[in-house]
Design a protein around this ligand. Structure first.
Ligand SMILES: [Zn+2]
Length: 347
């Protein structure tokens, strides 16, 4: 079982020393497939950090490679996929599950990926999709499936948080840096970037930019919000910019903006499924007692991100009533609850 509760204090690893070993690092390890018995090499994250910031739905970013992209391994022969623990020698698959994986309907590996392929060639989204199928066939718990969907949503967020290089966007991003608060040794990079986003929004409201600068400042703001999965706001800016675009943006940027909006749709699908599974597990009392308060917070935060404020408030309130909700998560619950109150009830 994957531990639900993450000690948030432990997620802040202090200031980044200016050395290469401050970055996360990838390595390779040998695994044996419990379905087809093939021995293969997989890519794993052997050293990580959280200096890229921790989003309020617990997505912790590293400086360097993102650990979430390397949590799932895939057997290159049969496609069986899961966490490293799912390849542990103690794992025994029921015969009907092995049959399903090896015979019909078999797991489908992307074209061109086969037993002799380098495991690093398989996209993280393909590995997560295969792992979800395996988890469903193995009848894993709602909580375990919820975590796979949640991690999958983080992968889509990270993959969708980039725009093609553009000199005017680069200038806008450099310009707004004046509003970035300093990052203290125990600060969360996410808080710093959200303050930068708030200050940028305020500057836009005061009308301090020319009509040539404004679309790029707005695009820079959308990029920061997208990076942290604040998709309701990011999406509304992007759609407005698309509609108002009178040749401001290059074709590459226009394509990048459309791709970013598509990535939000994929992220949302996984958030919805994660929320459904967490809610089912909580309502059926199937989440271990020690994890329940944190799961309630997380479910509230997922509903907030999905724009389902009434359900978000309900779960935040339930989390706050739990005496064992850890202090750091209690502070986050109160903050995120007040964000919901700002937009609910709809006026
Ligand atoms: Zn296999």
């Amino acid at each position: 079982m994957i531990a639900l509760y993450l000690c948030i204090a432990a997620l802040f690893a202090g200031p980044a020393p200016d050395r290469e070993d401050a970055l996360s690092m990838l390595g390779r390890t040998q695994l044996d497939c419990p379905a087809c018995r093939k021995a293969f090499t997989t890519v794993v994250c052997v050293r990580s950090n959280t200096r890229g910031g921790v989003d309020r739905d617990l997505f912790a970013r590293s400086l360097g490679a993102q650990p979430e992209f390397y949590r799932i391994s895939t057997c290159p022969r049969c496609g069986y996929s899961g966490y490293l623990a799912d390849f542990d020698p103690s794992v025994t698959l029921p015969p009907d599950v092995t049959d399903q994986i090896l015979r019909s309907p078999r797991l489908t590996l992307p074209p061109g990926f086969g037993p002799d392929s380098d495991p690093g060639e398989l996209d993280a989204s393909a590995r997560y999709a295969l792992a979800l199928t395996c988890y469903q066939w193995r009848h894993k718990s709602d909580e375990a499936i919820a975590w796979l969907h949640l991690r999958f949503s983080w992968v889509e967020r990270e993959k969708g948080s980039h725009l093609p290089p553009d000199s005017r966007l680069k200038r806008a991003l450099a310009y707004i840096e004046r509003w970035r608060p300093p990052l203290g040794p125990t600060d969360n990079q996410l808080d710093v970037e959200m303050k930068l986003a708030t200050r940028t929004s305020e500057a836009l409201l005061t009308g301090r930019f020319t009509r040539y600068q404004r679309p790029y400042i707005e695009l820079a703001l959308a990029l920061i919000l997208r990076r942290h999965g604040e998709n309701a706001q990011a999406g509304s800016i992007l759609r407005r910019l698309q509609q108002a675009d009178a040749g401001f943006f290059s074709d590459d940027l226009r394509t990048g903006m459309a791709t970013m909006l598509e990535s939000m749709v994929r992220e949302r699908e996984h958030q919805q499924r994660a929320a459904d599974c967490f809610e089912r597990a909580l309502l059926a009392d199937l989440v271990p007692a020690g994890n329940r308060p944190s799961a309630m917070y997380l479910l509230g935060e997922l509903f907030r991100r999905l724009g389902r404020e009434a359900e978000a408030l309900e779960w935040f309130d339930r989390a706050l009533k739990e005496a064992t909700l850890p202090a750091d998560l209690r502070a986050w619950t109160e903050q995120q609850r007040s964000l919901c109150l700002g937009s609910w009830p709809q006026k």
